[in-house]
Ligand binder design. Structure first.
Ligand code: SF4
Length: 394
């Protein structure tokens, strides 16, 4: 049987502002309330992919958006709608949370949750915000050379009856496209997220996906506003007003690749997960229901294409770099571009790659074993420090 992926228009959900309603506790839960209309596209998408009944009366539901720590996170509109929908289906308790970038402090995470709209979405719907790093993790000992010996996965994944994966469609410097599979990394302990980048990230994420697959009920992808170019954190918004849903997150990622003009076979995360039997990566074995994919397909600008446009001649070596350096370098390059400044080097190394000849070493890992100091020091270096190093006269 083919895996089913639903593609629907976002309607009012995509066109409304993030917070059209004053915080009003649980009032928005009532069926028949005009405010519930933003959940209709979500309801349609879930029904089309056969997951419309996945939340039952009295269930505890985890809604897991992409809150990685920077811009380009799952929209507050969709977070709120997912919580509303779960309560409307009879959920007893809804937890809305994620574990952002491994290096973020508790205080910074609180501020980020506020800015990203998590706290207001919770205040409006009655959901509970959860910053995973402050909660227990269940320890696993996967017998795989591709991941650390011990992996900690957020206890919310196991303590909730239903898990709704809520990624946003973005390009990504390391993984091409980041959607459902990559979003699972937020479930891990900070130390594991960091270690994964010291390993082969695609293989490691395949093992993580395999480990958590039985607990993930459904994935709803936010393609209301997607991001292309310098993703994951400095992408350019693309208004698509679309939602995708599936009980098979690998199939969903394959369809999203196709939607974005990326051949699924070239997306290694999809390939690795399909090879491990986590889900279906072959488009011939996937049925897309709802909107016609061909009418919405759009070729996304990939990170290095955006880089080549803004900085012709600049090479970035990023093998093994984790999101700390990746996000901050992208943000620093975007700032340099926005200020009309020039980059005064030809090549940059982030992460522990072997490129000793790179003009600029950014971050602690890049400098290790190279016999010279990093040009922007730190783990990760702050954006301003990278920006300074990028445009310094040599
Ligand atoms: S230096 Fe950069 S790549 Fe290395 S661990 Fe720190 S943030 Fe990650």
């Amino acid at each position: 049987m083919k895996s089913v992926v639903a593609l629907v228009k976002g309607g009012e959900l995509g066109t409304g502002s993030d917070f059209p309603h004053p915080p009003s506790g649980r009032a928005l839960r009532a069926r028949g309330n005009r405010c519930l209309s933003p959940i209709l596209p979500l309801e349609e998408a879930l029904a089309l992919c056969g997951m419309g009944d996945c939340v039952g009366k009295g269930d505890t539901v985890l809604v897991k958006p992409n809150l990685h720590g920077g811009p380009g996170h799952t929209s507050a509109r969709l977070m709120r709608a997912a919580c509303q929908w779960a309560f409307a289906r009879g959920a007893r308790r809804v937890v809305l949370g994620d574990g952002p970038f491994w290096g973020i402090t508790s205080q910074a995470a609180q501020g980020y949750f506020e800015r990203a709209g998590v706290l207001q979405a919770c205040a409006e719907t009655g959901a509970e915000p959860a910053y995973f790093h402050e909660h227990p993790y269940r320890l696993h000992h996967p017998q795989s050379p591709h991941v650390p010996r011990v992996l900690g996965v957020s206890h919310f994944l196991y303590d909730c009856d239903v898990v709704i994966n809520l990624p946003v469609l973005k390009t990504h410097f390391n993984t091409l496209i980041t959607v459902a599979i990559k979003n699972l990394k937020g479930l891990l302990r900070p130390v594991d997220k960091r270690r994964l980048h010291e390993m082969e990230l695609h293989l490691a994420l395949g093992v993580v996906a395999q480990l958590v697959r039985p607990e993930v009920t459904v994935t709803l992808c936010d393609a209301l506003t997607a991001y292309e170019g310098m993703g994951p954190s400095s992408g350019t918004p693309v208004e698509m007003n679309l939602l995708l849903a599936s009980g098979d997150f690998v199939a969903l990622d394959a369809v999203v690749c196709d939607l974005s003009g990326v051949e699924p076979a070239s997306a290694r995360l999809v390939r690795e997960c399909a090879a491990l039997g986590v889900g279906v990566g072959d488009l011939d074995q996937i049925q897309v229901v709802g909107e016609k994919l061909s009418e919405h397909r759009r070729r996304f600008k990939l990170p290095w294409e955006a880089l080549a446009d803004d900085f012709p001649g600049l090479t970035v070596h990023s093998r093994g770099a984790c999101s700390g350096c990746t996000m901050n370098l992208c943000a620093a390059l975007s700032e340099v571009s926005a200020r009309g400044q020039k980059v005064t080097c030809d090549s940059i190394l982030i992460g522990p790659g072997p490129e000793t000849e790179a003009d600029l070493l950014v971050g602690k890992c890049a400098a290790q074993g190279k016999g010279r100091k990093a040009d922007a020091e730190g783990c990760p270096p702050v954006i301003g420090e990278i920006r300074r190093a990028l445009s310094i006269e040599r």
